[in-house]
Design a protein around this ligand. Structure first.
Ligand code: UPG
Ligand code: MN
Length: 735
């Protein structure tokens, strides 16, 4: 697998790592904020009201909140201090390695045919089957945790359609290779032979899709179809999602001379897997499914490189495999690279990204910043792995792997034989008494299996890479309702906080194994949940004390006001500049501010509560699968960028209550200024500004509470409860 006879020193590298521009300027700016924060704390500490004076306890609380904000802010610098960008050179790769590229196994996970419609999943499967890569080196595995015959049927249909789709894609260099997305584009059909092909394939695709969708609508596969394929015999009336045997079906055997596409070229191997599930056996959600995939694929193709994708993440770049191989095959650094993580991007984002799904700062800056400390995170999808490192091997210096191509046995063994041999590997009992889920494969026991697994891989000596190409390599579906978006963030915040308290806490587990910057970088996310506490404090207490006429910030006429004003303004300005530079719109930034606040006060807070209650054994780990589709009405509102509340989630109660509280106190504060002149303004401007900011970002919330009548507005019961609670809170005496 080495480059032909060339000495290692003379070959050009296959990738390059460059430091981001503007580091010094950023570090200087950062230091001024730091000084401002220290001054704020000095002020807080020296002016604590004496015992008996009003606001003493609130003041001490403010001091705590500001200390916590400050500490958290220091952590977030790990994501910005040393940002690096990676540049692969796939032309060099293609010249140097022609025939001897490694095999790649692609894993797609799906869990529920209603939340994740089979026709959507097939788009992902088709997009990865048509990579620009030798089909005999490519295998696609679909893991179906829903154990649905619909998904199986859809995969059968897709395997047939792929015989037309793949040659069409390659002949005309079509992009992207997810048919649904491709045919939704405006295509220039001047060339008549192309137009003919295009029309033919489009018809084939639409027919296939309508067969899949109508089976899904009927809730089952028609009998006459079932009779045609022996695979359906695995399903009987007793099978449920939670209780069934292992199913492994090789739908395309890349080595079978009969499985060619319509032009006589080979097809990639295609495998359907539904691991065994039995009541009483923990199935460990996606981590369990990935581990079964690792084992089953090792029996069938055993490629040294694994790409793992969520079912909604189609490939948007047919050359993505080549890009990522530049990292693994680089002669000098490649041996140590365990995985290449791409950012999560979406194809259903509206112009101003109403739920702030894109997270520019995270994907364009923070993750690249943590990569600068050698700690690129594994985020569950869009990630190429080295099979060895995912399996749990340690990295040893000077240890070189010989990457054998596709496992020889697929060539010699019959499909039936492979199926029989791999089924037991997906059985519940297989993992009992083994290291799977602990030191092998993905780590169990955490709803963010990805982050914790990535950490363990790094701590075994590997150096992952974060690669954010200009052209998105993968595109998925972002949540289109607030409810779904918040539940997702709650799962993340909860899972991550759990890691912080487990033996995997980066500061302990990673000590001496990964850099301090990387440890801190992890904690930016692991501490999402507890950062909700000072945030809640800051949006509730100053407003409440404004109502009661107790000041909590320095007077405007005092010099102490300056650090507060500076830190506030500088942070806001910085986030604006950062966001716009990442390509967001002004309104997009504004939406991000709203979501920032909402996330911190609701899902992060509930994640905090649930993590603590789990520590006392009061609740269990769960994984709420994100819905990928919604009703037409809801979709229309999403496209118009109207926030979809539309459920009675308890999270809305907190959000509504806080926005009402700030509205009351802002009204009261302004009334005082208008009637009593400059004195209250001097004393209360800080609090008025905080409330004013909360009110400004909450405008769509008031609208949903009081004015909207559509189904997506906030239910009136929540309105009622939040008014009652907010009023009671206002009446509580303060100390
Ligand atoms: O029991 C399960 C649950 C989920 N999944 C699959 O896992 C993927 C991710 O689930 P989704 O509901 O889409 O979660 P997201 O919040 O969108 O996922 C992000 O966060 C997860 C961790 O919380 C990671 O596993 C994902 O890769 C990452 O994209 C999907 O393909 C599911 O089909 C399973 O295979 N089995
Ligand atoms: Mn998802």
């Amino acid at each position: 697998m080495n480059a032909n006879n060339i000495g290692e020193e003379d070959v050009l590298p296959l990738f390059e790592t460059k430091a981001a521009k503007g580091r010094t300027a950023y570090r200087l700016f950062c230091s001024t904020i730091f000084v401002g924060m220290v001054l704020i704390l000095v002020y807080r500490y020296s002016y604590i009201p004496k015992t008996g004076q009003p606001g003493r306890y609130a003041w001490i609380g403010m001091l705590f909140a500001e200390v916590l904000f400050g500490l958290y802010w220091i952590l977030t610098q790990a994501g910005r201090w040393q940002v690096v960008y990676r540049y692969p050179f796939k032309d060099r790769l293609c010249i140097r390695y022609t025939e001897n590229l490694p095999g790649v196994d692609i894993f797609v996970c799906t869990a529920d045919p209603t939340l994740e419609p089979p026709s959507l999943v097939m788009n992902t499967v088709l997009s990865v089957m048509s990579y620009n890569y030798k089909p005999e080196k490519l295998a696609v595995y679909l893991s179906d945790d829903g154990c649905s015959e619909l998904t199986f049927y859809a995969l059968l249909e897709a395997s047939e359609f792929s015989r037309y789709w793949i040659p069409f894609c390659k002949n005309y260099n079509v992009e992207p290779r997810a048919p649904e997305i491709y045919f939704a584009q405006n295509i220039d059909l001047q060339d008549s032979s192309f137009a003919q092909e295009w029309t033919k394939i489009k018809k084939l695709y639409e027919d296939m899709k309508s067969r899949i969708d109508s089976a899904a609508a009927k809730g089952g596969v028609p009998e006459e179809i079932k009779d045609k394929h022996k695979g359906f015999s695995e399903w009987n009336s007793k099978i449920t999602k939670q209780d069934h045997q292992s199913i492994v079906q090789i739908l395309v055997d890349g080595w079978n001379p009969h499985s060619f596409d319509i032009e006589g070229n080979r097809l990639p191997t295609l495998v359907y897997l539904s691991r065994e599930k039995r009541p009483g056996f923990a199935h460990n959600f996606k981590a369990g499914s990935m581990n079964s995939l690792i084992r089953v694929s090792s029996e069938i193709t055993n490629a040294p490189i694994i790409l793992n994708l969520d079912c909604d993440m189609y490939s948007n770049d047919p050359d993505a495999i080549l890009d990522s191989l530049c990292f693994f095959l680089d002669e000098k650094q490649g041996q140590r690279i365990s995985y290449v993580q791409y950012p999560q991007r979406y194809n259903n984002i509206t112009k101003n990204d109403i739920y702030a799904n894109v997270s520019c700062a995270i994907f364009q800056i923070e993750l690249a910043g943590i990569d600068g400390f050698g700690g690129a995170l594994y985020i569950g999808t869009g990630c190429f792995h080295r099979r060895e490192s995912l399996l749990g091997k340690k990295y040893y210096k000077d240890h070189r792997v010989e990457w054998n191509d596709i496992k020889d046995n697929i060539k010699g063994r019959m499909v039936e034989e492979l199926e029989v041999a791999s089924k037991p590997l997906a059985n519940c009992s297989y993992e009992q008494g083994t290291l799977w889920g602990k030191e092998m494969g993905l780590v169990y026991g955490c709803p963010v299996e990805d982050i914790v697994t990535g950490l363990t891989i790094q701590c075994r000596g590997w150096r992952p890479v974060y690669y954010n190409p200009r052209k998105s390599a993968f595109l998925g579906l972002a949540p289109t309702t607030l409810d779904v978006a918040l539940v997702q963030f709650k799962r993340w915040a909860e899972g991550m906080f759990q890691i912080f308290f487990s033996k995997y806490c980066p500061f302990i587990y990673g000590r001496g194994k990964i850099k301090l910057g990387a440890q801190m970088g992890y904690c930016i996310y692991l501490l999402w949940a507890p950062v909700s506490l000072p945030t809640l404090y800051y949006v509730a207490i100053p407003a409440l004390y404004l109502l009661h006429g107790v000041p909590l910030f320095p007077r405007v006429s005092s010099l102490w006001f300056v650090p507060f004003a500076y830190v506030f303004a500088a942070k806001i300005a910085y986030s604006l500049v950062e966001d716009i530079m990442c390509g967001d719109t002004l309104r997009g930034w504004w939406n991000l501010q709203r979501m920032w606040l909402i996330r911190r006060v609701a899902p992060y807070f509930f994640a905090f509560i649930d993590t603590i209650s789990r520590m006392f054994g009061l609740s269990e780990t769960s994984f709420a699968v994100t819905a990928k589709v919604v009703d037409d009405d809801v979709q229309k509102r999403y496209e118009k960028e109207i926030i979809e509340f539309g459920s009675s989630s308890i999270m809305y109660l907190i959000i509504a209550m806080l926005s009402l509280l700030n509205l009351f106190s802002l009204g009261y504060g302004i009334k005082n200024v208008v009637f009593s002149g400059p004195e209250p303004l001097d004393k209360f401007l800080g609090q008025i500004i905080v409330s004013w900011l909360v009110v400004m970002v909450s405008l769509p919330i008031y609208e949903a509470l009081f004015f909207r009548r559509d189904k997506g507005s906030i239910p009136s019961l929540i309105l009622f409860k939040s008014i009652v609670i907010a009023s009671v809170v206002c009446l509580i005496p303060v100390y």
